[in-house]
Design a protein around this ligand. Structure first.
Ligand SMILES: *Cc1c(COP(=O)(O)O)cnc(C)c1O
Length: 377
């Protein structure tokens, strides 16, 4: 029986299971001491002062956007080459996402294109570290400084990545991680906002639980709390945080397996006709292996490749359908094909090959051989 290989997969071991069951046997399940520990350890790892664990990566982006003060009339420049959640978080706040095209090599926001989109309504820039490769934060920071904008990092792909030797987490004013099962580490569902800014931290933390503040210096009434903002229930549970802490212990192993497999793909696919390899990086967390195949040149279709690989129980994925081409965005903002040519051209060619820490070399060889066979046929 051939095992199904999907484009990504969580890596769970017996320590993870023990960590979760120990919390299940305790007297506290939701946000408690394990969440506190998880936040402290993530903040320490990425070199940020503050961290707030939340229910998922989208919640992290939503709360970061609210803390950044996005509101009606604001424009926020972001990448069309991402998961819809990036731009949706701007819409949740009543502000307008403005897309700028991506760099054809890194697939992250092209700072030059960002600058052409700035108006007097621009409030912030949300960069995406595509596939784990950090966006051009140096240039984005320069732009943010020049025009007094806030920077948010959608770091859903880049937990553990480094940027000029420093972990992703402090390049932007607010950084948002996801702990979805396909991401670097998982809590089932989960996310985290990290920042060095105390005010932003306090806002995010309050908004995570209904905007409620306990003991706001209102005497000694033990039952007292106040709702100060319109917040949400975006809490992470202690069950999830225990899993996160256990996963964190394996981070270096996860990162090095992903990096090794990505390097190996690059080495063994370089001779294939009509492919563009992801540019090498030892700092990327390698969330994805985004191969590009010029299907037109091959006279084949991507659909045919998907069907071919599926016959051998190998799952592929495409990252991403550009956000502006989703029906909702087309209908609401009038976007159309041709608006962001780089993102659209990459989308036509992109195929994410399976990449996750437990992918074996035998499995990887099989993927490489089948892909070679498909391209040569
Ligand atoms: C996964 C992901 C998100 C959302 O994270 P969830 O935890 O699934 O809510 C946001 N942005 C990008 C780029 C992602 O890949």
């Amino acid at each position: 029986m051939v095992k199904l290989i999907s484009y990504s997969h969580q890596s769970i071991n017996s320590s993870d299971i023990r960590a979760v069951t120990s919390v299940l046997k305790s007297s506290w399940l939701t946000t408690g001491p394990w969440v506190d520990k998880f936040e402290i350890q993530v903040a320490k790892l990425v070199g940020a002062k503050y961290a707030v664990a939340v229910a998922n990566g989208t919640a992290a982006l939503h709360l970061a956007s609210l803390a950044a003060g996005f509101t009606r009339g604001n424009e926020v420049i972001t990448s069309p080459y991402s998961f819809a959640a990036t731009a949706n978080s701007v819409l949740y706040c009543g502000a307008k996402p403005i897309f700028a095209d991506v760099d054809p090599v890194t697939l992250c926001l092209d700072p030059k294109k960002v600058e052409t989109k700035i108006t007097r309504h621009t409030k912030a820039i949300i960069g995406v570290d595509f596939g784990g490769r950090p966006a051009n934060w140096k240039k984005l920071r320069e732009i943010a400084r020049k025009y007094h904008l806030l920077l948010i990092d959608d770091a859903a792909h880049s937990f553990g990545s480094k940027y000029y030797g420093k972990r992703i987490g402090t390049q932007a004013d607010l950084t948002c991680f996801s702990f979805h099962p396909v991401k670097t580490i998982t809590t089932g569902e989960g996310g985290m906002v990290v920042t060095n800014n105390q005010k932003l931290y306090e806002l995010v933390k309050t908004l995570r639980t209904h905007g409620i503040v306990k003991n706001p210096n209102h005497g000694i009434k033990p039952w007292y709390y106040e709702m100060k903002e319109l917040g949400f229930n975006y809490r992470l549970t202690d069950i999830q945080a225990a899993l996160g802490l256990s996963q964190l212990k394996q981070l270096n192993r996860f990162l090095s397996s992903r990096r090794k497999l990505a390097r190996r793909y690059n080495r063994l696919l370089i001779k294939l006709e009509a492919v563009t390899l992801p540019s090498p990086s030892d700092e990327s967390a390698w969330h994805l292996y985004p191969l590009r195949i010029n299907f037109k040149k091959l006279g084949k279709t991507r659909m045919k490749l998907f069907r071919f690989m599926d016959r051998y129980h190998i799952g592929l994925q495409v990252h991403y359908i550009p956000i502006h081409l989703h029906p909702y965005y087309r209908k609401r903002f009038g976007y159309k094909r041709g608006d962001f040519p780089v993102a659209e051209a990459v989308y036509e060619q992109e195929v994410s090959l399976p990449l996750y820490p437990t992918l074996t070399l035998t499995q990887q060889n099989r993927i490489i051989n089948l892909l070679t066979q498909f391209i040569a046929s």
